[in-house]
Design a protein around this ligand. Structure first.
Ligand SMILES: [Zn+2]
Length: 347
């Protein structure tokens, strides 16, 4: 292979010669072919979009990126609606979700270390501000079976340990804990039992408060994971003002290994939800509703796009004082069952 010179640009004379030839090559592709496999990665000129510093734009790069072209590991990649994530360097992949006052965004970064390929997909949803979801002719959430699955889930039957991070603004835990238990417990308004049965075969195990924040950055992006699942309030002063919450989920193959959720405690008015008995102050967001939605991401549910599905918890929108997402619709439940199966009634 060392003697191959397909472009007819002369024999390769070893690593040094290959590199010198490479530097003079007209294009990166010619360079790679001429230099051969040994020194190609080091000598290849990176694509124009692969800038050495700062965040890289998902829009500017191909969907599949060879690490030999641009090693994205450890780099910040920015997707739709400004949502970004650090590409994991530990072989894991990451999915980022942000819920905004004007819609939502998703960013998926799949790292395939064997093939040396990083695949980036991103989707942004924007809804006109101040337009309540009821006005968009949704289907009856109790009959709407739509759901989307993320690329990963926890093991069936798993008891997922999570910690609560209280943040620094003194906001109550009740909305967060209600949201977590509503999603895991398939809470619904669709029947008199107020929960779908049988429950999905996965459970939440509360492991106490932590002083370590979720691995969500002050810009509401996904940072580096630390092995602990954390949900709670976080000051994210550098986040876009529309951001309500973000969830980051790390996985290997199709197995989720960590998920963190941060609710923005700065610059947003929050309501713990109707379970506390207090009315919703105008312009506030229901912490239980937002957490229920984010916990759906933690468990492997994606957004259901389209205004007809806006009655579902996993619709990519939440209005002020909108407590609808705190309880699941048929599709939200069907999605959990598709992911985890149902827990036997004897359990
Ligand atoms: Zn979401």
């Amino acid at each position: 292979m060392d003697d191959v010179s397909p472009a007819g640009r002369g024999r390769r004379t070893g690593a040094l010669g290959g590199t010198a030839l490479c530097a003079a090559a007209v294009t990166a592709l010619t360079c790679a072919v001429t230099a051969g496999a040994g020194t190609a990665a080091a000598a290849r000129r990176p694509p124009v979009w692969c800038k050495p510093g700062g965040a890289l734009s998902a829009r500017a790069m191909p969907q599949k990126v060879k690490m030999s072209d641009c090693d994205l590991r450890g780099r910040v990649v920015r997707g739709e609606n400004g949502l970004a994530a650090t590409v994991p360097s530990d072989g894991t992949s990451v999915t980022a979700h942000a819920l905004r006052t004007d819609g939502a965004s998703e960013l998926r970064i799949r790292v395939d270390g064997h093939k040396g390929v990083v695949t980036v997909t991103t989707l942004g949803t924007r809804v006109p501000q101040g337009r309540p979801r009821q006005f968009r002719a949704p289907l009856d959430a109790c009959k709407d079976g739509a759901y989307q699955q993320e690329p990963s889930r926890w093991p069936k039957g798993a008891a997922i340990e999570w910690h609560y991070y209280p943040g620094s603004a003194g906001l109550p835990m009740s909305g967060v804990s209600t949201g977590v238990s509503n999603m895991f417990g398939a809470a619904t308004d669709c029947n008199s039992a107020r929960k779908f049965t049988p429950p999905p075969d996965v459970s939440a195990k509360y492991a106490g408060q932590t002083t370590t924040a979720p691995n969500v950055t002050t810009e509401a992006n996904c940072g580096d994971r630390d092995g602990t699942n954390v949900s709670g309030w976080e000051a994210m002063p550098a986040a876009e003002p529309e951001i309500l919450a973000a969830t980051c989920t790390w996985y290997q193959g199709s197995a989720t290994i960590e998920s963190d959720t941060a609710l923005q405690e700065q610059g947003k008015k929050w309501w713990p939800g109707p379970q506390d008995g207090s009315p919703c102050p105008a312009g506030s967001y229901d912490a239980a509703a937002v957490t229920t939605h984010e916990t759906g991401h933690m468990l492997g549910l994606g957004h259901v796009e389209g205004s007809q599905h806006s009655g579902l918890t996993m619709a990519p929108t939440v209005g002020a004082c909108d407590d609808g997402p705190a309880t699941l619709g048929k599709g939200d439940y069907d999605g959990l069952i598709a992911l985890y199966g149902s827990r036997s009634s004897t359990a």
